[in-house]
Design a binder for this molecule. Structure first.
Ligand code: SF4
Ligand code: SF4
Length: 177
């Protein structure tokens, strides 16, 4: 569990043996215990090609070892582009891309959301989309012969509140009320 740039000693007392079972219980995580560490996922990963510190095989291995805290606080789980190359190629049927989504969801459940994603969530909560639409935009649309679009979207904020996503993103959804 080291790379060329960083080595870290793992203390057994910090491991959580239930972590792999928690992941296996979630949709997509069912087959994680089949992994035999062949590295096929890492070999074909396009994110790995850009950043050799990113290593899906290592993330799966860390889950199997029970390194819950290490995995969920790691920015690497958020780098996965969900391209599914690894999942298509895994000889053991491990749903690696889906597991990355499971890990992101678990991180969000614990309130661990990278600031950039929290800000995007805040925008979606407030505007129903990733950017604000105002009357200036609608005048431009009118000139182009396009119908106006709503400048607010309260329904999305209601969904954020009903699902608790507003609180998981740091309560930003509350601020939009
Ligand atoms: S390709 Fe599948 S079996 Fe091989 S290391 Fe990745 S997850 Fe494990
Ligand atoms: S789904 Fe994620 S981990 Fe798998 S190959 Fe694509 S970027 Fe890499």
């Amino acid at each position: 569990l080291s790379n060329n740039k960083q080595r870290k000693t793992i203390s057994v007392k910090d491991l959580n043996p239930e972590f792999k079972h928690e992941v296996a219980k979630r949709r997509g995580g069912e087959h994680i215990r089949r992994c035999f560490a062949c590295g096929t996922c890492t070999a074909g990963c396009p994110v790995r090609a850009l950043n050799d510190d990113y290593n899906p095989r290592r993330i799966i291995h860390q889950v199997l070892l029970g390194m819950k805290d290490e995995v969920l606080k790691n920015d690497f789980i958020w780098l996965c582009s969900t391209c599914y190359t690894c999942q298509e190629r895994c000889p053991q049927g491990v749903r690696i891309a889906d597991i990355m989504t499971v890990l992101k969801n678990m991180a969000v459940d614990e309130g661990r959301v990278p600031p950039a994603y929290a800000q995007q969530g805040d925008l979606i909560c407030k505007h129903g989309r990733l950017y604000e639409i105002d009357e200036f935009d609608n005048r431009k649309r009118e000139k182009a012969g396009l119908p106006p679009i709503p400048t607010t979207c309260d329904d999305v904020a209601k969904i954020f509140k009903a699902t608790g996503l507003d609180k998981k993103l740091g309560g930003k959804g509350e601020e939009s009320k």
